[in-house]
Design a binder for this molecule. Structure first.
Ligand code: PGA
Length: 234
């Protein structure tokens, strides 16, 4: 299974900053055949970044092949009368391959429930977008109960312990390992990524424990994110 390293920019970056990030990224990043790098960006940046990666010659064919775009959320509803929501129909024509759903910040500040997260997963799966479903230990069983194993089989699960997110206090790999087993027992043999204060120095510790990483703060600078991508290699 190829490794998945996901940058979660959260609500940061103007269009100019995002394009500057990609220009620097194209210079420093040496793609690896066993890794896929995913950039999860605000909706407003999808168009510009999609255009850059497809048409700018400084982004090589190898980089293009190993790089995917993601959104950080999705509407739980189909296209229709839902003012302000971004649906999978709105994303048609853009090369969006993944969608983060149920991030703890969405659950916490926007009061998303397990059921809404499940509805978002269904919306994504209907158009072939791979959902990256974020869970913490205390609700992974209740989240798993919302959909069938057939649906979970098409998802990636991100284990994101709340106390590790954005705090600089990551969960050691030895503590992540048993939770990965719990996730696989509940959701099936899905790829599991870990997120929470990962940096270039700690990335190597998670190799072999998880199938990938979800990186917030340390993804905002191309150099620090590249350090993580390099050090996570098998
Ligand atoms: P962090 O964020 O790397 O800044 O802890 C991870 C996440 O929230 O996805």
């Amino acid at each position: 299974m190829s490794q998945l390293i996901i940058a979660n920019w959260k609500s940061n970056m103007s269009q100019a900053q995002a394009l500057a990030w990609l220009e620097s990224w194209a210079k420093v990043w040496q793609p690896d055949a066993d890794q896929t790098v995913v950039l999860a960006v605000p909706f407003t940046l999808v168009g510009a970044l999609d255009w850059f990666t497809a048409h700018q010659t400084q982004f090589s064919a190898e980089q293009q092949a190993a790089f995917k775009l993601a959104v950080q959320d999705l509407s739980p509803f189909p296209a229709g009368a839902y003012t302000g929501a971004i649906t999978t129909e709105n994303l048609q024509g853009f090369a969006v391959k993944y969608a983060l759903v149920g991030h703890s910040e969405r659950r916490r500040y926007f009061h998303e429930t397990n059921q809404e997260v499940a509805n978002k997963v269904e919306q994504a799966l209907a158009v072939g977008i791979t959902p990256v479903v974020c869970v913490d230990r205390d609700y992974l069983t209740s989240q798993a109960a919302t959909l069938s194993s057939k649906e979970w089989a098409k998802c990636v699960i991100a284990y994101e312990p709340l106390e590790a997110i954005g705090t600089g206090s990551r969960q050691p790999a030895a503590e992540v390992e048993p939770v990965v087993a719990e996730i696989k027992a509940q959701f099936g043999q899905v790829p599991v990524v870990y997120g929470g204060s990962v940096d270039a120095d700690s990335a190597a510790e998670y190799v072999g424990v998880v199938d990938g990483l979800l990186v917030g703060g340390q993804s905002l600078k191309p150099d620090s994110f590249n350090g993580i991508v390099k050090n996570f290699r098998k």
